[in-house]
Design a protein around this ligand. Sequence first.
Ligand SMILES: Cc1ncc(C[n+]2csc(CCOP(=O)(O)OP(=O)(O)O)c2C)c(N)n1
Ligand code: SF4
Ligand SMILES: [Mg+2]
Length: 286
Amino acid sequence: MSDQKYTIKDYRSDLKPIWCPGCGDFGVLNSLYQALSQLQIPPHNLALISGIGCSSRLPGYVQTYGFNSVHGRVLPIATGAKMANTSVTVIGVGGDGDGFSIGSGHNPHAARKNIDMTYIVMNNSIYGLTKGQASPTTPFGDITKTTVYGNAESPINPIRMMLSYNASFVARVFSGHPKETAGIFAKAIAHKGFAFVEALSPCPTWRGREQFTYIKENSSYLESDYEPNDLVKAWELADEVEHGHKLGIFYNVPRMTYTEAVESIQEKSKVSGVPEPMDLLNMFAP
Ligand SMILES: Cc1ncc(C[n+]2csc(CCOP(=O)(O)OP(=O)(O)O)c2C)c(N)n1
Ligand code: SF4
Ligand SMILES: [Mg+2]
């Protein structure tokens, strides 16, 4: 008998996913169940926060606390949940439209503050739920419902974006590789600080079956001796033109979390004392 208290079935909710057959989000969900079970995260000590989109339906399929919230607002809501109860494991999930378009302005702040949470973006390079408009990760020249003669915009590289925002853990996975994806999810969730994972998750409905094949044929893992602590090296390897879709953990460094920083400031204030109101006024006097 297994000594694991929580098995995959303890994380499955009664809701049956309504994603289209072949949607990459199924693979992401299954890998997340595996990672949670590997880490033995108690379902009652977990909160999954999503935005709006096909991918954002994911919290409903996990037997835990969840909030399918507002388009583009995964990170502020997840941050609030973490601040309200720092002992809860908080995981934000959403799509590329949600996280890199309307919600993009929240990324630098969660990353720079090093909020102790995981953020998984299911990137299908399309707005799936709203029927196939181009997103910020749609490649240049690609044909979509809104770019019928080809996309005139250059895409965001999510790995480079998060590296430049000083995220302390940055990784990329592919939904078609369940075992590897579960392993990287587990490392991201266990990471102390803000962990970002881009999950390449094809949308056969609006991008065709070719999207899965393209990712499968053009992706490869970072070398096994790669050390994910060199920002310049990580930036270089994130170059998709030169390296294709590199998969794995690009960057993983220890850094004080927001909660730790606040606690340390609270401790300092106990020693130095709280300034009197008049002292504060004098500090700003001309
Ligand atoms: C404020 C607001 N603007 C626009 C929408 C419409 N909308 C819903 S989901 C979505 C994009 C979904 O794309 P993505 O985040 O990539 O998720 P996917 O469906 O591809 O998983 C949009 C534009 C909305 N719900 N709320
Ligand atoms: S439209 Fe695309 S992203 Fe949405 S459920 Fe279907 S395959 Fe998945
Ligand atoms: Mg999308």
